[in-house]
Ligand binder design. Structure first.
Ligand code: ADP
Length: 399
């Protein structure tokens, strides 16, 4: 049987990640990143097998970038010939998309209609789809939405206590994000713990530059920390997470800032960066913490406390907890942050085992807690593979 590989395209607001993945074996054949798209100094880097390469890109629009990627790939015709579909990450699918979907004209219109909810991301996602469809017109293209996994949230979890007409007429509600990752790591956890996913209960904490936590019961997301946009919830690298909604008016009056300026600060200059005044990067902050830097220490204490509080809240509707999962750059790699977070969670009967935590659960199927404890574990997320697998699932259902 010939390989059925998926070209995964993930257009961010100024970057583009791409990969060629075998969804069955999990093998990544090509992995690449274009940065500073639509800006100065755009560049394209990629890895094929063991070989890494990089080139600069002039006048790099998404179209120019995807054509450059196509030129690179066409030098490896055997790999290109094995691509059977294209999977596109789309950030916001609103209420229109409850699962990954084969892209046609109607789906493109649906993604366009969701653009006001994700003004930085959905237009970039759309442009990527349109250019890729021209480059690969004979392949099926599938949209995989960050929000889709959370479409199972009950109304009492997704509705804000606001005039109800705002939800009905303007889509003002909580949607949740990182759905592809939360779904993937909870499925992996069920496999590793030999549990039936349809009868299991998890809280997963995706801790990267963006951070969110989700409660997953019987295979469904039932609550999550992010809201209408990815600004709500946990403390993140540069995003504030939950704050008092009166803050905008207060800051506009006190500082003479516009609403857009305040929003930009809450998104780009807050979180770990705003608190520490030095960095959004957890590795730097951990280093500074141990050097006695007071604001780095405060930033980390707040990050861990707020995360623990959120995990506790998300565990309540589950009624049992098969595992608490840590993933994303911080969740997978930071022994220190996991220890600090778990130290708040004794009420959930979570007890860390120091050695297991130190090697990220490498010899215990990811488990970092003691045998008597509620399980906490580390699962490496793989968003490219998850997108490839969701793409393949859609196409299997159709054929
Ligand atoms: P993104 O959300 O952009 O995909 P990642 O999932 O790569 O981000 O996570 C980036 C975060 O992970 C950064 O804050 C980085 O400092 C942190 N991180 C990566 N490795 C470590 C480590 N060994 N210890 C602590 N934090 C780490």
């Amino acid at each position: 049987m010939t390989a059925q590989r998926v070209l995964v395209i993930n257009c961010g607001s100024s970057s583009l990640k791409f990969a060629i993945v075998d969804p069955s074996s999990g093998e990544t054949l090509v992995d690449g990143l274009a940065e500073n798209i639509n800006g100065n100094n755009a560049s394209l880097s990629w890895k094929i097998g063991q070989q890494s390469s990089k080139q600069s890109l002039a006048k790099a629009t998404y179209s120019v970038t995807l054509k450059a990627i196509n030129d690179v790939l066409s030098q490896h015709q055997d790999i290109v010939d094995s691509i059977s579909s294209v999977g596109h990450r789309v950030v916001h699918g609103g209420e229109a998309f409850q699962a990954a979907t084969l892209i046609d004209k109607k789906v493109l219109e649906g993604i366009t209609q969701c653009a006001p909810l994700a003004p930085l991301h959905n237009p970039a996602n759309l442009e990527g789809i349109q250019v890729a469809k021209k480059l690969y017109p004979t392949l099926p293209h599938v949209a995989v939405f960050d929000t889709a996994f959370h479409q199972t949230l009950p109304d009492y979890a997704y509705t804000y206590a606001l005039p109800y007409e705002w939800y009905q007429n303007h889509g003002v509600r909580r949607y949740g994000f990182h759905g592809t990752s939360h779904r993937y790591v909870t499925q992996q956890a069920a496999k590793q713990l030999q549990l039936n996913y349809q009868h299991a209960a998890f809280v997963s904490a995706h801790l990267g530059n963006g951070c969110s936590a989700t409660a997953v019961l019987n295979g469904n997301s039932i609550d999550t920390s992010m809201g209408m946009t990815p600004l709500e919830g946990l403390v993140m690298g540069t995003r504030c997470g939950d704050i008092d909604p009166s803050l905008h008016a207060y800051l506009c009056a006190q500082l003479g800032l516009s609403i857009n300026e305040v929003t930009a600060i809450l998104n780009k200059k807050s979180g770990l960066l705003g608190l520490s005044g030095t960095s959004f990067d957890m590795r730097t902050l951990e280093h500074d913490y141990h050097q006695g830097h007071q604001r780095a220490k405060l930033a980390i204490e707040i990050f861990c406390y707020r995360l623990a509080k959120t995990i506790g809240g998300l565990a309540m509707p589950l009624r049992k907890l098969d595992a608490l999962i840590f993933t994303g750059g911080i969740g997978e790699n930071s022994t220190f942050i996991r220890r600090k977070v778990l130290s708040w969670l004794h009420l959930l009967n979570v007890h860390l085992e120091v050695e297991r935590n130190a090697n990220h659960g490498a010899t215990t199927q990811g488990i970092i807690t003691s045998d008597e404890s509620t399980v906490a574990m580390v699962i490496k997320t793989d968003e490219q593979l998850a997108i490839a697998q969701e793409t393949q699932e859609v196409l299997c259902h159709i054929s």
